[in-house]
Design a protein around this ligand. Structure first.
Ligand code: SF4
Length: 387
């Protein structure tokens, strides 16, 4: 841990009905049903973001769309605008339970689509089920898994011999069918609670599995497949990356004229059926763009906990990075934009003061401290020297 004060850990994610205060106003996060926005929904969200917020939209690592800079006195009007678009749950508890990530390449009525629909309905109805704030489900039933690097507690994915339900952290799962998967996922969530996975309301499945292993019925082998998304054409449409996972609302409105939109966990949008997209502010369409090698959180002034600005520095350093080297610039030791280790991390420890960490997280022991942004810009070789 670097020398700065420990960042505050909230233990929950913002929602539409449970917004979170940030440095630039309220953050309101929308869990679009099945991760998809129709043209009407996307245009409506863009308009609401401009009317009630600062006009900036983020994509979260759980494929949710986040409106930023919402004024407190506009919050109720924003929700009233989102409701007729079908983007608000019945209450905050249902919204929190319906924490489902699905592989964005699904086709209508395939296993991913059918299971995610059934699980969404089951979670909405499961009023007695109180899971930790960040507890989530990943539905990943395409030919090969694409979500194994994305955080989730319960996974439904395709194994070598068919669909399996897998507790995060386990290498084996339970064979399920399209019809049984949603009910089995809820049963596994209840098992997690019964086994003491969430003392004091917090906890993650992989920690419980590390302590006591998966249930005895989970003997079916899983496929282990790394997956890296890149901008470009896919059979389902075109993947467009967003610089730092953020775009102006006008970009979303323009994209909506090219097709319905799926939100992905890779800070990219999938535009259904689109072939060619115009260059738009915030969009990265070229798979070789150096900005794809950098990750940076909101930083100052948008985040209350940030000790320094992050994104201008990350943008300036991106073209200087050796090909394939990933850089994470974090406004504090919490490391929101990249919770896992990164080859190179710069963690802000004060106003215009950064620590350099190699092969670690934003909170790990630094190799060099007290680096200013200008020094890093003047000597970018510091990032990788001697590595
Ligand atoms: S990592 Fe960035 S976004 Fe997260 S709390 Fe720290 S400054 Fe804020």
């Amino acid at each position: 841990m670097s020398g700065s004060a420990a960042p505050k850990v909230y233990g929950w994610c913002p929602g539409a009905l449970r917004p979170m205060m940030s440095g630039d106003g309220l953050v309101v996060r929308i869990r679009a049903p099945l991760g998809r926005l129709s043209t009407t929904q996307a245009e409506g969200v863009a308009e609401l973001a401009q009317t009630f917020g600062n006009g900036l939209l983020d994509i979260s690592a759980r494929a949710n769309l986040q409106l930023r800079g919402i004024r407190e006195d506009s919050f109720e009007d924003l929700i009233a605008g989102l409701r007729p678009l079908g983007l608000v749950d019945i209450d905050a508890a249902a919204e929190a339970r319906r924490n489902i990530l699905l592989a964005p390449f699904w086709q209508e009525d395939d296993d991913t689509h059918a299971i995610a629909s059934a699980l969404s309905a089951a979670l909405t109805a499961a009023t007695g089920l109180t899971l930790p704030g960040k507890f989530g489900f990943a539905i990943d039933c395409g030919a090969a898994p694409v979500l194994q690097d994305c955080a989730a507690d319960i996974r439904i994915e395709r194994g070598p011999a068919g669909l399996i339900l897998r507790a995060d952290g386990a290498t084996t799962g339970k064979a399920v069918t399209r019809e049984s998967a949603a009910a089995e996922a809820l049963a596994l969530a209840r098992w997690f609670l019964d086994q003491g996975g969430a003392p004091e309301g917090r906890g993650r499945m992989h920690r419980l599995i590390a302590r006591r292993g998966p249930p005895p019925s989970h003997g079916a082998l899983a496929l282990q497949r790394p997956f890296a998304a890149t901008p470009g054409h896919t059979p389902a449409g075109t993947l467009a990356a967003l610089e730092f996972g953020q775009m102006p609302a006008a970009t979303l409105a323009e994209l909506a004229t090219h097709g319905e939109i799926r939100v992905t966990p890779w800070r990219m949008l999938l535009i259904e059926g689109a072939r060619d997209l115009p260059p738009l502010p915030g969009l990265i369409l070229d798979a070789t763009d150096p900005r794809l090698q950098v990750t940076a959180c909101t930083g100052a002034p948008g985040c209350l906990q940030a000790l320094s600005a992050t994104r201008d520095l990350a943008r300036d350093l991106a073209p200087q990075l050796p090909e394939g080297t990933r850089l994470h610039v974090s406004g504090c030791a919490k490391g929101c934009a990249c919770p896992g280790p990164s080859p190179v991390t710069l963690t802000a420890t004060g106003a215009d003061e950064f620590s350099l960490i190699r092969n670690g997280t934003a909170a790990d022991q630094p190799l060099i401290t007290n680096l200013s942004a200008d020094r890093l810009r003047a000597a970018p070789e510091l990032l990788t020297e001697g590595s």
